[in-house]
Design a protein around this ligand. Structure first.
Ligand SMILES: [Zn+2]
Ligand SMILES: [Zn+2]
Length: 151
């Protein structure tokens, strides 16, 4: 993962940073431009306050590119679910970053669209797997998400 720069002061920042470690301005990752941007140039993904997503919202949408690919989220009354969901989304943002860096499609004209369901098994068994672009993640297997995504 390459390093990014704070748009305000030029300090190097990491992909996961949501604030500049020098000037303390809020930072967001913009996957369109593959760069960090500040709050003056984009809106924050609404999941920022819930799962610490540090990406900027897609224009006219409340969610970022990565979060908007998640069609189903686990029940969030359970704080452990939120913790695991946070980890899954972190791994997913790295995946989307890699897809964009390699110029691989997230959606194709043929109708293929990468999408995710992140489910907890409180309501029945959930099998982690994928079928025509829809990736189902069992929260209980959050540790294995990175591996499954790379298949
Ligand atoms: Zn800065
Ligand atoms: Zn997001």
């Amino acid at each position: 993962m390459r390093e990014f720069k704070c748009p305000h002061c030029g300090q190097l920042s990491a992909f996961e940073d949501s604030e500049c470690n020098r000037c303390k301005q809020r930072l967001m990752f913009d996957p369109e431009n593959m760069a960090m941007v500040g709050a003056e140039s984009a809106l924050e993904c609404v999941n920022r306050n819930i799962i610490g997503c540090n990406w900027c919202a897609v224009a006219s949408a409340p969610y970022c590119l990565s979060c908007s690919l998640t069609q189903v989220i686990p029940t969030t009354q359970n704080s452990h679910n939120v913790f695991l969901w946070t980890r899954v989304e972190e791994a997913k943002r790295r995946l989307i970053y890699d897809l964009r860096r390699l110029r691989l499609p997230i959606a194709s004209a043929g109708g293929f669209q990468l999408a995710f369901e992140i489910l907890s098994d409180e309501h029945g068994p959930v099998l982690t797997g994928h079928e025509s672009g829809l990736i189902t993640v069992n929260l209980a297997e959050a540790d294995d998400v990175q591996r499954e995504i790379r298949r």
